[in-house]
Design a protein around this ligand. Structure first.
Ligand code: ME8
Length: 639
């Protein structure tokens, strides 16, 4: 049996996992499922990279010990992977004892071989990026990557002799042209290595939260040796039991984001060369999910879309599908709520969901009774295939090979679009054949059965092909069309005619529901965008806002508008008109006589043809709730 070893990066548990982390992990999961389905012996590794100064600092801020701090966040990662159906075989934490011991061993081996030596590290250090920079690399005295303050540090440190590997690495690239993908990243790496490599600092004395160098305990192993070696320590390297290591190493592919390709394609091969170990077969550097304004979605910029919220609202498979379909894997792409909802509505609810539900309904109606929700149908019948039938069948059985080819090249979006092309053909086929016109005609039973059978068989094949990406949906389709698991194997994805004629067809709830886009977008804005990078304002800024108690003395619904109320508000000195979009929440009668908070110095604006002089405050969650201050007097300042 062929083995297949796939990994994700190990993530920093320095904040909550976000959709960017899900992107790599869902891709690796789909690759693992795809290979398992093809009968390979798969090892799928993911985990967390728990050491380093940033985590130490974050823990201190929270008043916790680093281990306590990471334990709390790792639990959230694990929960997210459960929600997303991530089928990892092993989850490694760099704080795991076995990993710590193995890292120490690796460090010692490299030291004993003369690959690591002691020197002095000086430079400008950026804590959030955990990186040193020479003076010339700073931008206006700040970190060139994140723009934050840096501090000068000088410390004794161990260095790995990376510089001596330049030529060997370039030679390896030449001998293994597929080692780095996509091609553009390979070219970047070649340029980088050609420009000359410097020895790499691999220990620190300035913080304690790391794997101690056992023969020099003032030092902790610096992040990249600790982190990169996870791919082999997880298999037992550095411990007694090397069974998994012998079986699975070298990795078939390390899936990583493009910003860490350099570590995986240069430092990691050099470490492995120094250890005399084989190199991984491939480093795939995927693109970034960008968020609205073109920024990378990452913890430090605060642009975070909460994946748990998305999965709860739309279901795991919709999110998984979106991540792999929307953006070609190697490229950057923008996440937007709108594009997610459109994918759900068009691809999932309309194209796939509707194909399934209308075919199942037709079968049940055609074979007896409109209200039955589980029925044995009989699709047997003598019927000569038409050209349209043949075209559909040929497309369905040839899809598997094309899909496999795309998937092997990590072209998930292309693989899925081919499946959706078959789905679209099935819908057209059904429209043209119009079986509802003759479903009750006994003389046309064979024709009717034939049309339905062809769509059901296509759906069986579709369900197999989508299963690495949408495992739950695949099962739901198979249940509804009565396809037993033995005919839903990879091998059977290119075989036609396996569905039993007397299948048990089951009407179940729709696999995907259409979403009211406008309403959903309004709701989503408020729940998915967390901004943990608050922009603070000074008390002086705040005091510029004239907040006062105002009493509602008049109120009416604006003509031709369902949402808008026109309020007359006494602000302690005079009456003023204010327009507010709260008509669906409050009636005028509920408001007259109540005290609200008024932003009295807001620039007047014309809304719905009415001059609005101010704004009233409300909380805007699921419901809009005005803030009432009935115990105060009109005109009182709020501060
Ligand atoms: O770099 N779009 O951990 P990390 C796509 N611990 N993918 C994204 C993304 C985005 N906007 N944001 C993050 C580390 N990712 C190291 C790795 S490996 C030995 C050590 C994904 O928590 C992407 O895979 O910063 C990226 O490489 C990884 O998360 C970075 O995770």
């Amino acid at each position: 049996m062929k083995k297949f070893y796939v990994t994700t990066p190990i993530y920093y548990p320095s904040g909550e996992a976000h959709l960017g982390h899900c992107y790599s992990t869902v891709a690796a999961d789909a690759i693992a499922r795809f290979n398992r389905m093809r009968g390979h012996d798969v090892m799928f590794l993911t985990g967390t990279d728990e050491h380093g100064q940033k985590i130490e600092t974050n823990a201190i801020k929270e008043g916790m010990k680093p281990k306590e701090y990471v334990d709390k966040i790792v639990e959230k990662f694990l929960n997210l992977w459960k929600i997303l159906g991530i089928s990892y075989d092993k989850f490694i934490r760099t704080t795991d004892d076995y990993h710590v011991r193995s890292v120490q061993k690796v460090f010692k081996i490299l030291y004993d071989k003369g690959e690591i030596y002691k020197g002095k590290y000086e430079g400008w250090y950026c804590v959030p990026c955990e990186s040193f920079f020479s003076h010339t690399r700073l931008v206006s005295g700040k970190c060139p990557d994140c723009g934050r303050d840096v501090k000068f540090q000088s410390e004794e440190a161990y260095f790995f002799k990376l510089s001596k590997y330049s030529e060997r690495i370039l030679q390896f690239y030449r001998n293994n042209p597929d080692f780095i993908e996509p091609e553009s990243r390979k070219n970047e790496m070649i340029k980088f290595v050609e420009s000359g490599l410097e020895d790499l600092c691999v220990s620190r004395t300035s913080f304690k939260w790391g794997v101690p160098v056992d023969f020099d305990p003032d030092h902790v192993v610096y992040v990249w040796i600790d982190a990169l070696t996870n791919y082999i320590t997880a298999l037992g390297f550095g411990s007694e039991n090397l069974v998994s290591f012998d079986k699975f190493w070298p990795a078939d592919v390390h899936i990583v984001g493009k910003e860490i390709v350099r570590f995986h394609a240069i430092i990691w091969p050099a470490i492995l060369m120094a250890l005399d170990l084989p190199l991984p077969k491939k480093i795939y550097g995927h693109g970034w999910l960008l968020f609205g304004d073109g920024n990378k979605m990452s913890k430090s910029r605060g642009n975070v879309v909460d994946p748990v919220v998305l999965c709860k609202r739309y279901g795991t498979d919709a999110v998984r599908y979106f991540l792999l379909r929307e953006i070609p894997f190697g490229a950057d792409g923008t996440f937007s709520n709108l594009s997610l909802i459109e994918r759900i509505n068009f691809d999932l609810a309309n194209d796939l969901g509707n194909l399934l539900s209308r075919t199942v309904s037709l079968a049940i109606k055609g074979f007896g009774g409109s209200d039955a929700d589980c029925r044995e149908i009989n699709l047997a019948g003598e019927y000569e295939s038409s050209q349209e039938d043949e075209r559909l069948i040929q497309k369905a059985i040839s899809l598997c090979k094309l899909y496999e080819n795309d998937f092997e090249n990590f072209e998930f979006s292309s693989a899925l679009s081919k499946v959706w092309s078959l789905i679209s053909d099935c819908n057209k086929y059904l429209d043209n054949a119009a079986p509802w016109k003759y479903m009750t005609d006994e003389n046309e039973k064979a024709k009717f059965s034939n049309v339905l059978y062809n769509v059901f068989e296509s759906l069986r094949i579709i369900s197999i092909l989508i299963s690495p990406v949408m495992p739950e949906t695949a099962i739901k389709i198979q249940e509804q069309i009565g396809a037993k698991s033995e005919i839903c194997t990879w091998q059977n994805a290119s075989n036609w005619g396996l569905l039993a004629f007397n299948s048990k067809i089951k009407k179940m709830e729709a696999i995907f529901l259409r979403i009211d886009c406008e309403k959903e977008l309004d709701d989503l804005e408020s729940v998915t965008q967390k901004n943990d990078n608050m922009d603070f304002i000074s008390i002086k800024d705040f005091s510029k806002i004239d907040l006062r108690v105002g009493r509602v003395v008049g109120c009416e619904v604006v003509k031709n508008s369902k949402k808008i109320l026109k309020l007359t508000i006494f602000d302690g000195e005079c009456d003023r008109e204010v327009v507010s979009g709260i008509a669906q929440r409050y009636t005028p009668e509920e408001l007259i006589g109540r005290n609200v908070i008024l932003v009295a110095n807001l620039k007047p604006a014309k809304l719905c043809g009415i001059n609005s002089n101010g704004m009233i405050l409300a909380s805007s969650g699921k419901n809009v709730n005005l803030i009432f201050t009935d115990l105060s007097e009109p005109g009182e300042r709020i501060s």
